[in-house]
Design a protein around this ligand. Structure first.
Ligand code: 5AD
Ligand code: SF4
Length: 445
């Protein structure tokens, strides 16, 4: 049997795409190899969001080059956003690569492997959903569901519109059928994926009334028997309408967690980023969330050191973080990306040391507020979806709460079970606790 190995970089959409890549390869009769050394087909699913993502991947590619030299029959394939951003240039720079394909062309990999082609080939159209391909899930009780691909936003820092194309949504009926099938296979938690999930369906509507909005899609998926938790990522604050927030309050399976990317707390910088909302409008969304779902965890993404960001602009970002009290935040140093508007900015560039210093101040504040916020869970009993053994202490278990907090706890439970856990401690990232005695007693009886 021929074997494949996939290394994945980047976001959840890439993890999803890799699972589909694996599913497709298995349907062609390939088996998964534990390491690249043991594989006949070595694949990379790449990311290009920041410079660091590029360089991490390039280090891995060097390893594949050596393996290819040892055995020239091996196939080296490069898919995903980085591949899309360089296109055919990949073959000039890395002549040992046999096949390259963008995120919309995963299915072409099968075509390449089943043809007798001896020449390197690249596939870079914006064409299909990877969500149509067979899946190979990392955990049988959790699944990604691709509801749309591409992005119509024009955020000036972001490479994604150029790597994943214009937004296209999958029909709601098809998604409902997919999630029902997943529930039948034992999936309890689905995470809906799109570059901008809450603009879902606009392209299908084409001006007609009656097509499904994102909030309506949530309602339809919530009704599916067996699906206990629905998550989604990422929404855009500009499209965070009240109906979506109400879905969190009213639909039992929609989790109490909203990831609401801020990027900057300064309206002036938000304008230069082309985010199409102001600080006030963002805070208004947060107020609406707090009104309807007071206990919701809110997390965010923030970029520091965007060109033109002054100390005053940055202070406004800190202010917003203080006011919102995020449960967690991903913080990034601005990285100029080729082909993007901000990648070409030459004025107001922030010195690297300044960026690093701002980042430290931001992380400190975010962690302090996250720790403070997390204390609300201490003493409460939370529903935890068990994922397996704790990474740091194998005698304990690890899972996630509906708020998307990692929970380490003592007790006995199987992966995929939903169990009540009494929370006894909380840091900025993790909760600790113990399986509730009541539950243990009832499952023993
Ligand atoms: N530089 C730094 N961070 C970026 N992000 C996107 N593009 C860039 C860039 N050029 C961040 C944003 C986005 C997250 C996925 O990555 O915060 O929400
Ligand atoms: Fe990376 Fe963005 Fe592509 Fe995801 S969509 S793989 S984060 S560049």
């Amino acid at each position: 049997m021929k074997r494949y190995h996939v290394t994945t970089f980047g976001c959840q959409m890439n993890e999803h795409d890799s699972e589909r890549m694996k599913g497709m390869l298995e349907s062609l009769g390939y088996g998964e190899a534990g390491a690249a050394e043991d594989a006949d087909v070595i694949l990379f699913n790449t990311c290009s969001i920041r410079e660091k993502a590029d360089s991490r991947f390039l280090a891995h590619l060097g390893h594949a080059k050596r393996l290819k030299r040892e055995d020239p029959e091996r196939i080296v394939g490069v898919g995903g956003c980085w591949a899309q951003s360089v296109k055919d240039e990949v073959f000039a720079r890395f002549p040992f690569v046999d096949v390259a394909f963008g995120p919309g062309q995963v299915h072409k990999l099968a075509e390449f492997l089943t043809s007798d082609s001896l020449t390197a080939q690249g596939f870079f159209e914006f064409e299909g959903f990877t969500g149509h391909l067979p899946d190979k899930r990392a955990r049988e009780f959790q699944a990604w569901v691709q509801i749309s691909v591409g992005c119509n936003c024009r955020c000036s820092y972001c490479i994604v519109p150029s790597t994943r194309g214009r937004e296209v949504s999958r029909p709601a009926g098809e998604l409902v059928a997919e999630v029902a099938r997943l529930a039948g296979e034992g999936v309890r938690e689905v995470t809906l994926l799109g570059q901008n999930v809450n603009s879902y369906g606009r392209d299908l509507r084409g001006g007609r009334d009656g097509a499904t909005s994102f909030a309506e899609l949530l309602t339809q998926l919530d009704a599916i028997e067996g699906i206990e938790r629905i998550r989604y990522t990422s929404p855009h604050p500009k499209d965070m309408r009240e109906d979506v927030i109400l879905a969190h309050a009213q639909l039992p399976s929609v989790c109490e967690h909203i990831h609401l990317p801020l990027q900057s707390g300064s309206s002036r910088i938000l304008k230069a980023m082309r985010r199409t909302y102001t600080r006030e409008r963002y805070m208004d969304r947060v107020a609406l969330i707090r009104e309807h779902v007071p206990d919701a965890a809110i997390t965010t993404d923030i970029i520091v050191g965007f060109p033109g960001e002054t100390e005053d602009d940055f202070a406004q970002t800190l202010e917003v973080c203080e006011q919102v009290g995020y449960d967690g935040a991903f913080t990034f140093i601005f990285s100029p990306r080729r082909g993007t508007e901000a990648g070409g900015f030459t004025e107001g560039l922030v010195a690297h040391e300044e960026k690093v210093e701002r980042m430290q101040r931001l992380v400190e504040l975010v962690q302090r507020r996250a720790t403070e916020r997390a204390q609300r869970f201490v003493g409460r009993e939370l529903e935890v979806l068990v994922e397996g053994a704790s990474r740091t202490d194998p005698s304990r278990l690890r899972g996630r709460s509906r708020h998307n907090k990692a929970v380490n706890f003592s007790g006995l439970a199987a992966p995929g079970e939903l169990v009540p856990v009494r929370i006894t401690g909380a840091t900025s990232q993790t909760l600790t606790g113990e399986l509730s005695l009541l539950a243990a007693a009832s499952s023993a009886g």
